[in-house]
Design a protein around this ligand. Structure first.
Ligand code: GLU
Length: 506
């Protein structure tokens, strides 16, 4: 059973009915029997994060799906900041969302909607429902509510409000109590959520209580705000985490009470860690900017996240244009996707090899300075561009690039790793002393010329190439792992190479 299934079962212990979505209408899939009035409407999706923390990977994936779906249909993708929780919403979190979205290339259409700014409109809608007799004032006290919870628990019913003020004469209202406004939910029948991912999910109305629309201080609840905003923003497709599936049943009834169109839904399963457990920081539950700082490219993230819970045949590696062309809600899986860093890194390596060298050099420079705090020189960028074809062959992340290019920015005399120091024994130092004049005598400092000189020297001394390359690598990089030795020589340039060799040969 899916997470949504468990959720619903918790809500209604005796279980719920579920039927299949008619997946015959390719592309613009419609649940069986769904209203066709939206068939002609421009697709409008939204991403509606709450700015209470970083833009986490689950949210990012949902945003990507909404974006891909809108782009696939030539529609609009909107961003709404759900900042109604004033205590927990922060400007920094809003900025992090913008930055993360921009970095990932998930550009949004139209102005960002801030939910809190719409609060008067939300309250007006609640008051209109009240005037129409579709909502009512409830004066239940904290104690009453606690009592109802206890009673529901004792009877094994899902917790909820028992509707005691629904038909009660307001004249009985206790004095000095500011009421809340509750929606009159249907008492009988059932609510069907026609979901592109979950199928038709049927919930008996008996388990949906008369929830609060407006709190006693006049502030709108999340449930009300979402419905009004989705309507006002003309959202046609709500694509979001399946933790909101039961909310959909509540929201559909509010829309119906208001006489509004119900959007199409796609409730996407959660992301789990590679071990199947709930996603934690160790598994990758971090903000988008942390992925950037770990050295992942946005196009690789898009590719990886698109594949996380959605598939197009056996395709694993694809461009964003292909994802837009192929994307549809019908191919989103029903079970939780597993986040796997190893796969992400492999995919990133593939996208890096396709990427432009100058761009990679700029990203590597940023990694070296902004993330690692290393000192670079004016020449580092050019050296990185020159070294990039060799560097990127072996790297999976920008971090790998920075680490393997670190030798470029080391200052003399280089500190030697333990392994490198071992290579510079008498034999190793002999190699350095012997080869220095050969290199010095080279008329030009080219890859081919350098390779020939090193090979000739090895032949002359009857040494295997490795016996020459290893001490050279140690002297030039301070380590025993680096890009190819001829690349290292070429990129560092003649003066720096000879100086580093002499530092160690002495
Ligand atoms: N703000 C909600 C959240 O961050 C999303 C609400 C929705 O997508 O309807 O979970």
């Amino acid at each position: 059973m899916t997470t949504a299934g468990h959720l619903l079962q918790a809500l209604r212990p005796e279980g719920y009915a579920r039927t299949h979505v008619d997946r015959t209408d390719k592309g613009r899939l419609m649940p069986a029997g769904a209203s066709t009035s939206q068939g002609s409407k421009t697709v409008r999706t939204r991403f509606a994060p709450s700015p209470t923390g970083f833009l986490h990977i689950g949210g990012t994936r949902t945003a990507l799906f909404s974006w891909l779906f809108a782009r696939h249909h030539g529609g609009q993708f909107l961003l709404r900041i759900e900042d109604t929780d004033r205590a927990r919403s922060t400007d920094e979190a809003v900025e992090a969302i913008f930055e993360g979205m921009r970095w990932l290339g998930l550009e949004w259409d139209e102005d960002v909607v801030f939910q809190y700014a719409q609060r008067n409109r939300h309250a007006d809608v609640a008051n209109q429902l009240l005037a129409d007799g579709k909502a009512y004032r409830c004066y239940a006290s904290k104690e009453d509510l606690a009592e109802m919870r206890e009673a529901a628990k004792a009877e094994g019913k899902p917790q909820g409000y028992d509707g005691r003020w629904r038909d009660r004469d307001p004249a009985e209202a206790p004095e000095g109590v500011e009421p809340v406004i509750r929606i009159k939910m249907p008492r009988d029948g059932e609510t069907v959520i026609r979901d592109h991912v979950q199928g038709d999910v049927t919930i008996p109305n008996a388990v949906l209580d008369d929830y609060i629309l407006l709190r006693s201080d006049g502030s709108p609840t999340y449930m009300l705000s979402v419905v009004v905003d989705d309507h006002d923003m003309n959202i046609t497709h709500v694509i979001r985490g399946d933790d909101h599936l039961t909310n959909a049943a509540r929201q559909i009834n509010l829309m119906t009470a208001l006489g509004w169109d119900v959007p199409e839904y796609a409730h996407v399963p959660m992301i789990h860690g590679a071990d199947g457990a709930k996603l934690s920081k160790r598994h990758g539950a971090m903000g988008a900017e942390e992925y950037r700082d770990m050295g992942f490219l946005p196009e690789a993230m898009r590719n990886y996240l698109a594949r996380l819970g959605w598939s197009h045949g056996d395709d694993e590696v694809f461009s964003t244009d292909q994802a837009i062309e192929w994307f549809g809600l019908d191919a989103i899986g029903k079970s939780p996707a597993k986040f796997d860093f190893v796969k992400l890194a492999n995919l990133n390596g593939i996208h890096m090899r396709e990427a432009d060298d100058t761009r990679l050099a700029n990203e590597t420079l940023r990694m070296m300075t902004d993330v690692k705090g290393w000192q670079v020189t004016d020449d580092t960028r050019d050296a990185l561009i020159t070294a990039m074809p060799g560097l990127k062959e072996r790297a999976k992340t920008i971090d790998d690039l920075a680490e393997s290019a670190r030798f470029l920015i080391e200052t003399r005399p280089l500190a030697m790793s333990d392994k490198a120091a071992k290579l510079l024994d008498d034999d190793g130092r002999g190699v350095l002393t012997g080869i220095a004049p050969k290199l010095e005598a080279l008329p030009s400092w080219t890859l081919d010329g350098l390779e020939a000189a090193v090979r000739d020297f090895a032949d002359e001394k009857e040494l295997k190439l490795g016996k020459v390359a290893q001490p050279l690598r140690a002297a030039l990089t301070g380590t025993t792992t680096s890009p190819g030795i001829f690349d290292v020589l070429a990129v560092l340039g003649k003066d720096e190479c000879l100086a580093r060799i002499k530092d160690q040969a002495a």
